[in-house]
Design a protein around this ligand. Structure first.
Ligand code: CA
Length: 241
């Protein structure tokens, strides 16, 4: 079995070496880039399983790299930020990061996040692969949800609107699936966070709101006046299909 490949983009040589050393010891294949300009071609040629991306970089900054990577490939992106400011975290989520860590962080913490994100992707893949083999789709794995012009195809990890495939990052897709499975039910933000992001995610309920906004931009006719994903005041959201 080939090793899981991680790309670390970090311009501080000492930190980069420390990260690399520790993650190699954990059994990962680690490739590195130390500026924003080489990060993209490296990611394109190496096709890593996960990216650890510093925000402040010479050349292109981490947010810009994240935004571009997100359009080109589907993989977990963990951002490293120097400042513990909510605004940074929100921007990170806006550009499509799956997670962020504020410096200084412990190696143990980073390893845990890396592991959790890789596991999430692996489970999703396994679920989909297994769905093709078993006829007893009683678990509803790989379901296809159709709501008028909107088709959410769990097996193909694909959302189509009027036949056009919508670009979605993994978390948006998982969130939409969770909403679709619970159609007509008001879902609290904390429940959504727990089910979609996992109990150990500490990003806060604002994360849910940000992702809901992205989904609305993609699946609503008028995102400012949503008819599919409704806000339930004081609780969270309800998907009406
Ligand atoms: Ca930096």
């Amino acid at each position: 079995m080939s090793k899981t490949k991680l790309l670390i983009v970090e311009d501080e040589p000492t930190l980069l070496e420390t990260l690399k050393y520790n993650l190699v010891r954990q059994g990962y294949e680690v490739i590195t880039a130390s500026d924003g300009v080489t990060a993209l071609p490296t990611a394109r040629s190496e096709k890593p399983d996960l990216v650890i991306l510093d925000v402040m970089l010479p050349g292109l900054d981490g947010f810009e790299i994240c935004r571009i990577l997100r359009q080109e490939m589907s993989l977990p992106i963990i951002m490293l930020t120097a400042k513990d400011e909510e605004v940074d975290k929100i921007v990170g989520l806006e550009v499509g990061a799956d997670d962020y860590l504020t410096k200084p962080f412990s190696m143990r913490e980073l390893q845990a996040r890396v592991k959790a994100h890789l596991r999430r992707v692996r489970l999703l893949r396994e679920e989909i692969e297994s769905s093709g083999q078993t006829v007893s789709a009683a678990l509803d794995v790989g379901a296809v949800f159709t709501f008028e012009d909107l088709v959410i195809d769990e097996g193909r990890i694909e959302v189509r609107r009027d036949g056009d495939v919508l670009a979605m990052k993994p978390k948006e897709f998982e969130l939409l699936i969770f909403l679709a499975r619970n159609r007509g039910i008001a879902l609290g933000r904390s429940l959504i966070l727990e089910r979609v992001w996992g109990w150990d995610f500490d990003g806060g309920s604002r994360t849910v709101d940000v992702h809901i906004r992205w989904l609305r931009e993609k699946i609503e006719v008028d995102p400012a006046n949503p008819q599919r994903i409704l806000t339930v005041r004081g609780i969270g959201y309800r998907f009406d299909g």
